[in-house]
Design a protein around this ligand. Structure first.
Ligand code: GLN
Length: 546
């Protein structure tokens, strides 16, 4: 664009979970489709430095960036929509803001002054927002403010937005996402919560420029006029965000509502023409019109909260579309699987993914499920802890070490087939200390992994403390498990596979963090393909009465 970076803030009102992340990503997609460079940032008003130490039940999945930041799951949506990597600068928490300010205070940067929320905390927030524009030179920085307007903990963020709006004038705008609930008893959509949440913003000195109204029913013209009048926004800046079948519909719904046009007009940019979204639309067509279905089991211990595995679920959506197949995920709780009922749990399943995780809970169920699919030639995909469980299972049932385990689970086992990484042994603190982010992996020529990736040098993201114990490597390889991917610098095993099995691959890394709409991950694509092939094989066999 060659001009100054434009800043767009997305706030939320009335209630949480309205989908600010998806609206931000959808607007970003529309702007990207018009040729602009865009990034999205999330500001989280909690005191943790990052979500890395949070239980998934608290905050869903922890997403990991290339540069090793443990971040909010919305960053996963940003990457999946835009196909552009995010970094540490894209997710900032109150904890980090305060930590930066307190470090500066200790250094003496504020010598002689009282350090206060305004201006010191708000200045640090403003600095973290503007870094993306200044250092990376994006045309647009979209900043999503976590939480709901009116929360005590969001106040410094809204104040920072007020100041930036004042300082930047036409280079900045605020989109407020609200809820227009439908009262079934009255048979009406209600605008009052929106009016109140805009009032709450106004009390803090921020006039939103655009209102995105989440609703279950179409917003009639009179209602839009009413909202516009009460909230001092133009009528065309009242945007309807109706519940969608899939999150991937939202960019097109926002385009239909002209969100991108209104944004560009308000920022005094050319709003003619439309976004180029051909690839996106072709993905959506394949996603919504599968030619067939396949049932894939996902074994994990947080399955009550599907957000815990959101990147895996979305990777299956991408891989399903690539294969023109609808992947039906069967969520299986690892704690419920026993040797007696495993066959029952696996009924109808054509592929099994065992999920990442930490700690002992549910481990034995995961191992049992892996034994079943290994013995029954059902495709298996193990991710991080899932790969480690596959190693334990092989050690117990093929190498004949019934006590084999990971030292994360049993420190005293004589067969420590998964062990703490050397450079993790001295680590005592928990926050941000795992092996995190992108590392290289060298793939063995001739392996299944090489065939799938189509190359021998890859880079994938990590989040773990334990690893395959190389002391056992030759025993595993002699018994038929191939260590087909290794880190060239440290020799850490990154990929395992069973060449004799139709599809049995475990990875120490997290491929799900790299799958996007524009670039579905090859391992997920091939795994889905193999699962469909198993189903076709079974169909053919039953037709022949085998
Ligand atoms: N708990 C295991 C480790 O730390 C696996 C981690 C994961 O699945 N992300 O190595």
């Amino acid at each position: 664009m060659g001009q100054k970076t434009k800043y767009i803030f997305v706030t939320g009102g009335v209630t949480s979970s309205l989908g600010k992340g998806i609206i931000s990503a959808s607007l970003a997609k529309l702007l990207q489709g018009r040729g602009y460079s865009v990034t999205i940032q999330k500001l989280d008003p909690y005191i943790n430095i990052d979500p890395g130490t949070l239980n998934p039940y608290e905050h869903g999945e922890c997403f990991v960036t290339n540069d090793g930041a443990e971040t909010d799951l919305d960053l996963g949506h940003y990457e999946r929509f835009l196909n552009i990597a995010t970094s540490q600068s894209n997710n900032i928490t109150t904890g980090r803001i305060y930590q930066n300010v307190i470090n500066k205070e200790r250094r003496g940067d504020y010598l002689g002054k009282t350090v206060q929320v305004i201006p010191h905390i708000t200045d640090e927030i403003k600095r973290c927002i503007q870094i993306l524009g200044k250092e990376y030179d994006y045309d647009f920085v979209i900043t999503e403010i976590g939480g709901t307007v009116g929360d005590i903990e969001s106040l410094p963020y809204v104040e920072a937005v007020r100041q930036l709006k004042w300082e930047m004038g036409k280079d900045c705008l605020v989109i407020h996402l609200t809820l227009v609930p439908y009262l079934a008893a009255a048979g009406e959509l209600k605008t009052k919560p929106t009016q109140h949440s805009v009032k709450a913003l106004l009390e803090l000195g921020v006039q939103p420029d655009i209102l995105v109204c989440r609703t279950e029913h179409d917003l009639p013209k009179e209602l839009r006029q009413k909202i516009a009048k009460f909230c001092n926004v133009a009528e065309d800046a009242v945007i309807e965000s109706i519940d969608a079948d899939t999150i991937y519909d939202v960019p097109l719904l926002m385009e239909r509502e002209k969100l991108d046009k209104v944004v560009l007009e308000k920022l005094h940019l050319d709003s003619g023409g439309t976004a180029k979204l051909e690839k996106w639309k072709s993905f959506l067509t394949r996603h919504k019109n599968p030619t067939t279905k396949v049932k894939i089991g996902l074994v994990g211990k947080y399955i009550e909260l599907k957000d815990s595995y959101i990147s895996i679920a979305e990777s299956f959506a991408h891989a399903g579309a690539a294969n023109e197949v609808q992947v039906e995920l069967e969520w299986i709780h690892s704690e419920n699987i026993t040797p007696e009922n495993v066959a029952e749990h696996m009924k109808g399943i054509k592929g099994l993914l065992v999920a990442p995780g930490f700690g002992e809970r549910g481990i034995e169920g995961k191992i049992e499920a892996i034994r079943y699919v290994r013995e029954n030639n059902i495709p298996f995909f193990g991710v991080c802890l899932g790969m480690q469980c596959a190693v334990i299972e092989f050690a117990r049932n093929i190498l004949g070490f019934p006590d084999a385990n990971s030292t994360e689970i049993d420190e005293d086992t004589p067969h420590q087939v998964i062990d703490i990484m050397e450079d993790q042994k001295a680590v005592k603190t928990k926050g941000g200390t795992m092996r995190l982010g992108a590392y290289n992996c060298e793939i063995k020529p001739g392996s299944k992994a090489e065939k799938i990736y189509g190359q021998t040098q890859i880079t994938e993201r990590h989040r773990h403390r334990f690893e395959f114990n190389n002391a056992f490597k030759s025993q595993f390889e002699e018994a038929g498990m191939s260590m087909s991917g290794v880190n060239p610098d440290t020799n850490l095993v990154e990929i395992i596979e069973l060449p004799e099995h139709p599809w049995f691959i475990g990875v120490q890394f997290h491929p799900e963090y790299k799958s996007t709409v524009a670039a579905p991950h090859p391992l997920f694509i091939d795994f889905v393909k193999a699962s469909v092939a198993i189903r076709e094989r079974e169909k053919a066999q039953s037709a022949q009465g085998i």
